[in-house]
Design a protein around this ligand. Structure first.
Ligand code: SLL
Length: 269
């Protein structure tokens, strides 16, 4: 039976799981981030690259290994991190320069999925569109430079057995809290079995596609609240773009009219 499920794909079904990847960098500073002994003189920052669940939820039920390929100037630049249930895939280093990190995701064997590659630019220095934004980042959180991305891993037509792994433990919010064993929640042979539904501090159910409703401080910026803010920002930007397009069109029409007038004048002369 198990083999059958392992070999059968669920047609026209697509399922996704949210995750976060990125880097966090801190400049060395005698007070805020003292340089540990043995670190070369030219290293200016300590940094971390990671792949983890939203709200620190476990993702090791679908991701079994992450390979981080660092800059070749770094000793041992290909690093493999194997899953530890409940823990992020993370790597800490020190250095002086920014570069592109190749992140290769290896899925659990039951998924039968080939590894996939992501690219992430390690940021050491504050970034932003304006000097003001850069300055803001420098002063925020002790000079910590975060470059974090929210992403969604999509599994298309997953194998039945993998689908079970992906969804076991996930349930609709109406059932959140405690889940009683057995159909009616009644007594079972082994007595009353009460299984606690796992939720993160931000309210995310284990093995679900949920993200928190609201932000829980700077370490947890990915939520419906943030999403709504981004949508509002995009809407405002769209209105601005439409206004600018209208203005440009009007100016063009004016110029075309003037051109026609000049041509007419030229023909007369
Ligand atoms: C740059 N193109 O010039 C980049 C290269 C390389 C960064 C950055 C070495 C650390 C080590 C390090 O930070 N390399 O020696 O362990 O900015």
């Amino acid at each position: 039976m198990a083999d059958k499920k392992a070999n059968k794909r669920i047609k026209s079904l697509s399922i996704y799981r949210p995750f976060i990847y990125g880097t966090t960098a801190r400049p060395f500073d005698p007070d805020r981030n003292p340089k540990p002994p043995g670190i070369p003189d030219d290293h200016t920052h300590s940094w971390e690259v990671f792949v983890k669940g939203v709200d620190d939820t476990d993702i090791t039920y679908w991701l079994r290994r992450v390979q981080f390929k660092l800059h070749e100037s770094i000793p041992n630049h290909v690093r493999v991190i194997d899953a530890v249930p409940g823990k992020p895939f993370s790597l800490k280093e020190t250095g002086w320069g920014e570069f592109e990190i190749t992140i290769r995701l290896y899925y659990v064997t039951e998924s039968n999925e080939k590894p996939q590659t992501l690219y992430h630019h390690l940021r050491l220095h504050p970034y932003g569109r304006t000097e003001e934004e850069k300055e803001e980042m420098k002063n925020e959180d002790g000079g910590v430079v975060k470059s974090w991305n929210y992403d969604e891993q999509i599994f298309n037509e997953p194998y039945e057995s993998f689908y079970e792994i992906l969804t076991t433990g996930a349930m609709p919010p109406s059932m959140a809290g405690t889940q009683k064993g057995g159909k009616g929640g009644g007594k079972q042979k082994g007595g009353e079995k009460e299984q606690k539904v796992e939720r993160s501090e931000g309210g995310v159910l284990a093995r679900s596609a949920m993200i928190p409703l609201t932000n829980r401080g700077p370490e947890y910026p990915f939520s419906r609240e943030t999403e709504q803010c981004e949508i509002e920002k995009l809407k405002k930007a769209l209105v601005k773009v439409e206004e600018m397009t209208k203005k440009t069109k009007e100016e063009m029409e004016k110029k075309e009219k003037r051109l026609k007038e000049l041509k007419a004048e030229g023909a007369k002369a």
